[in-house]
Write a protein that binds this ligand. Sequence first.
Ligand SMILES: [Zn+2]
Length: 120
Amino acid sequence: MGSAMKVTVKNTMWEHRSCYFFQVHEFNEYEGDEVKVKWVTANQLALSTGNPEFSFRVIERKNIVKIDDMLFSFDSGKPKIKIVKGSKGDEYVVTLGATLNCTCPGFQFKKSCKHTLETA
Ligand SMILES: [Zn+2]
């Protein structure tokens, strides 16, 4: 088990909230562990739900506003580049933009790593 994270996601129904009969919240909050799913792209996040019939949900990273109460900006227009120090003192270049990238070996392999989340 990894450490559970709390993800705040913009509700895409919010803009059209007058069309719904039920109350639409501006943001949804999900808690879970990041799950590795083959078909989930670097621009998406798979988060465990704890429900055996629906074990994870896929979240579009561009809709994420906060992770663990830290502001998350995923501006698809302008990529942000940051240098992150790895646990062994190595430096990795994290690119946040329309596509997510990190130069660490883990990202090359899994298309996801903790650096990209830390930088966001
Ligand atoms: Zn990395």
